[in-house]
Write a protein that binds this ligand. Structure first.
Ligand SMILES: *Cc1c(COP(=O)(O)O)cnc(C)c1O
Length: 391
């Protein structure tokens, strides 16, 4: 008999009932150090007082009105995002997938309105992840995601990650945009080098294409800058954001330049819940904290500390781990042992990590974890690795 919850996930037998900072408390009382943060969602850990305050204050006043009316909380969050990024305008969604949908629609509408209706193709990369909608799975294109769900939405050209020549060769008079994650999350914490980010921007400029960045996982302070592309000194035309921006409340956004967004006039897109007062009140509270230069400096300091300790862990357990990858607090440990076994050994030692492709485990801790949490993380990962070696 089918489970009452549609069984599309293989769930670990863990029942978390409470969260405190970087810790999750299981129904049986055990405390787990959370280095997964709900897959880079709980950017400020669990039950952060400023977020609890923002949500409860808003909940006592007004939950929902509809985008038929002014929403001051949405206006305030959009203004903050515009102030702190390349963007001139923002559309709010409830998820990363919905942000992907709009990014694709926006790019196509841009060229349609310019009279270049043939420009519908979007170049994407193997190992990418852009969500589970029809556009999201078509963009990623992996057999694992699209098989059985055809017909697949046309207009995506799948290229080899890291092959810049392949990108130039793929550009035709039908190309509209390049869509890429600055650091692949699900794909195994694969980082696009700064030089390649610059080269992609240059290719877009040369051919009049739009650069769409998917910063759903790597954005909102995760890499030690507000958005990951800032490290490369470039800006996109369109950017997808979600996960960390809501700190655990479902919230996403598409950020765009005025030019890229020019086709999205009244009636061309919408969302019932997107930009709702609850989500935007929380998003503003997250952004107020994450945009503070001192906060970002601390993210960078802690990232350096964690990374250095992880290098030590690899040296101690060369039979279990082989490499640290990623940037800031978006780190991957490439495993020699099976990554799922390492994640499970982590559970045995009350530390949470997240598997990814390429036999990697991801460390995506709350951005405000403490130095003590980092020390604790290493003790637990060390025990997990010792357990694997002994098995
Ligand atoms: C999680 C993720 C998405 C999809 O976001 P949802 O909120 O699950 O719809 C898209 N792109 C990237 C890079 C992601 O990590």
């Amino acid at each position: 008999m089918i489970a009452s919850v549609l069984p599309t996930y293989n769930r670990a037998p863990l029942n978390f009932v409470k969260g405190e900072g970087s810790w999750l408390i299981e129904a049986d009382g055990r405390r787990f150090l959370d280095l997964g943060a709900g897959i880079a969602v709980n950017a400020l850990g669990h039950a952060h007082p400023a977020l609890v305050q923002a949500l409860t204050d808003q909940a006592q006043n007004l939950w929902h009105v509809s985008n038929l009316y002014q929403i001051p909380q949405q206006q305030a969050l959009a203004d903050k995002l515009v102030e702190h990024t390349f963007a001139d305008t923002v559309f709010f969604t409830n998820s990363g997938t919905e942000a992907c949908e709009l990014a694709v629609k926006m790019a196509r509408k841009y060229f349609f309105d310019k009279g270049e209706e043939q420009r519908i193709e979007i170049l994407t990369f193997d190992g990418s992840f852009h969500g589970r909608s029809s556009a999201g799975i078509a963009a990623a294109g992996s057999e694992k995601m699209v098989k059985g769900f055809g017909p697949v939405l046309p207009g995506f050209v799948h290229l080899t990650f890291g092959d810049l020549d392949g990108v130039s060769d793929a550009i035709t008079d039908q190309t509209a945009a390049i869509l890429i994650e600055p650091i692949q999350g699900e794909g195994g914490i694969r980082q696009v080098p700064d030089a390649d980010m610059k080269a992609l921007r240059a290719l877009c400029d040369e051919h009049g294409l739009l650069l769409i960045l998917d910063e759903v996982q790597c954005g909102v302070g995760r890499t030690g800058k507000l958005f990951a592309h800032e490290w490369a000194g470039i800006t996109p035309d369109i950017m997808m954001v979600a996960k960390g921006i809501g700190g655990g409340f479902p919230l996403g956004a598409v950020l765009a330049t005025e030019d890229a967004a020019s086709g999205m006039t009244a009636g061309t897109h919408g969302s019932t819940y997107g930009g709702n007062p609850l989500g935007c009140a929380v998003g503003s509270a997250v952004l107020d904290i994450v945009t503070d230069p001192e906060f970002l400096a601390e993210v960078n300091r802690k990232a350096g500390l964690l990374r250095q300790k992880l290098e030590g862990l690899i040296a101690t357990h060369p039979d279990v781990f082989e490499e640290v990858r990623g940037s800031g607090l978006m780190l991957g440990l490439k495993c020699k042992a099976l990554n799922i076994d390492v994640v499970n050994a982590g559970y045995d030692n009350q530390v949470i990590t997240v598997p990814a492709a390429e036999n990697v485990i991801r460390l995506l801790p709350p951005l405000n974890l403490s130095d003590d949490d980092i020390a604790d993380a290493l003790t637990r990962l060390d025990k997990a690795a010792t357990q694997i070696s002994a098995a």
